[in-house]
Design a protein around this ligand. Structure first.
Ligand code: NAP
Ligand code: HSE
Length: 429
């Protein structure tokens, strides 16, 4: 066997601890796969006294993560998190010092990925990030190496385990958003700042990486519509069920009108479709790969086990000397993303209006929708006592997003409508 691959791990939390544990528990099998031993020679975290998932006693402990870049390691595994700070400094210095890099840090890569990919290529080094998108699902490898023959038309899916866990639990148990979020944090699914999960930012980071791999563009967060799930109510979840749908936070990237549309937003997905059946912390990614056809990937999207699995797959690839450009093609050929013309994407929409239950209110809403050329497919209103607030829910026919937005702006000015209307696109499953 060749010399062991020497590994330094920065960050020993949910993911780093899981990687360390799996490398130790499965050392023999992984050495056979990698055709050499995988040896953790150095580690770093903030608190040396904390108990870790794996044994750190045989690795050199560095107080400063940056010191790992100067260690004897061949590969630096960055599992600290954060788009800049210690994580970025470590990756830049490790590459500068001729070390391969593996990271699960989508926030950092969505922002600095193209530049770091160029730096890695210059040094003939690997920059690998399978764990950064969709947890244990091997979607990065699939887009980077496998689905390349015919081009990709679209990539869309459930990319945040925390949000899917929250939406699934709220639907099944009726528990509150805040209560379920706490559980997702305790299970190790959420980011250090869970606002990134529930605000859609984490899905945006992952979508930027997948879009880059799919379309050969540099990761782009600027041309992306991003909404989270914090405004989704038990009422929306209940109405979705009545219409035969479930609410999922989706990331969608697709070719539209000569450009690329990227958006993150809650969507109504038909119950019983593959995407509509994805529950809990699972993720799923649907890829339209042109003549190769549609593909659907599903698996655990967050937590120790699946994420460690993806990190270790990258480490083994490096041990075997298999490393391609980080985004599938040389970094200098990644083109800037040309955004799709705004508002042209069309979809059917779920609309909810909280209104005063008085004569003429439905006619007024319907009239303003008609003025904007928005046609209604179905409607639901639960009666209360005359004069009380009530919700009116409508599903539209397929309509350009701009037309619906125009109609809602007009409807929001009505004195019969209370608060901002809610608008959720209906997506293919
Ligand atoms: P975590 O549990 O909060 O762990 C972070 C680790 O980094 C901790 O061990 C912490 O040390 C250490 N750390 C923080 N600042 C440091 C510094 N300046 N120098 C050295 N170590 C430092 O986070 P995580 O969930 O494992 O996530 C790590 C990365 O993986 C993030 O980029 C995240 O987005 C990504 N990721 C996470 C998941 C998941 O399911 N959790 C899935 C995919 C990707 P202490 O332990 O001493 O505090
Ligand atoms: N916080 C992320 C999630 C971790 O919930 O999906 C996996 O990337």
């Amino acid at each position: 066997m060749t010399a062991p691959l020497r590994i330094a791990i920065a960050g020993l939390g949910t993911v780093g601890g899981g990687v360390l544990k799996a490398l130790q528990l499965r050392a023999h099998e992984l050495a056979e796969r990698a055709e050499r031993r995988l040896e953790v020679v150095a580690v770093s975290a903030r608190d040396r006294s904390k108990k870790r998932a794996g044994d750190v006693s045989k690795a050199f402990w560095h107080e400063e993560a940056a010191a790992l870049a100067g260690s004897e390691a061949d590969v630096v595994v960055e599992l600290i998190g954060g788009e800049g700070g210690s994580a970025l400094a470590l990756i830049e210095t490790a590459l500068a010092n001729g070390k391969h890099v593996v990271t699960a840090n989508k926030a950092l890569l969505a922002k600095h990925g193209a530049r770091l990919a160029a730096q890695a290529e210059k040094g003939n080094l690997a920059l690998k990030f399978e764990a950064a998108a969709a947890g244990g699902i091997p979607i990065v490898k699939a887009l980077r190496e496998s689905l390349i023959a015919h081009g990709i038309n679209s990539v869309h899916g459930i990319l945040n385990g925390t949000c899917n866990f929250i939406l699934t639990d709220m639907e099944k148990t009726g528990r509150s958003f805040a209560e379920v979020l706490k559980e997702a944090q305790a299970l190790g699914y959420a980011e250090a700042d869970p606002a990134l999960d529930v605000g859609g930012g984490d899905t945006a980071h992952k979508l930027a990486l997948l879009a880059s791999l799919a379309f050969g563009t540099a990761p782009d967060l600027k041309h992306m519509h991003v909404e989270g799930i914090a405004h989704i109510t038990q009422a929306d979840i209940g109405y979705a069920r009545e219409f035969g749908y479930r609410i999922k936070l989706l990331g969608v990237a697709r070719r539209v009108g000569g450009g690329i549309e990227q958006r993150v937003q809650p969507a109504m997905v038909r119950a019983g479709t593959p995407l509509g059946a994805v529950d809990g912390a699972f993720n799923a990614v649907a890829v339209d790969a042109g003549e190769a056809g549609p593909f659907f990937f599903e698996g655990r999207g967050a937590g120790e086990g699946p994420t460690a699995s993806a990190v270790i797959a990258d480490i083994v690839d490096i041990a075997l000397g298999s490393f391609e450009p980080a985004f599938g093609k040389p970094a200098h050929t990644l083109t800037p993303l040309v955004p799709a013309p705004e508002g042209t994407a069309a979809s059917a929409y779920y609309l909810r209006f909280d209104v005063l239950d008085i004569p003429g209110v439905v006619a007024e809403i319907a009239g303003r929708l008609a003025e904007a050329q928005v046609s209604i497919e179905s409607m639901l209103q639960r009666g209360r006592n005359p004069g009380e607030a009530v919700s009116i829910v409508m599903i539209t026919h397929e309509t350009p997003q701009l037309a619906v937005a125009r109609a809602l702006k007009s409807i929001a000015t009505s004195d019969k409508v209370l608060g901002a209307p809610s608008m959720i696109p209906m997506e293919m499953g």
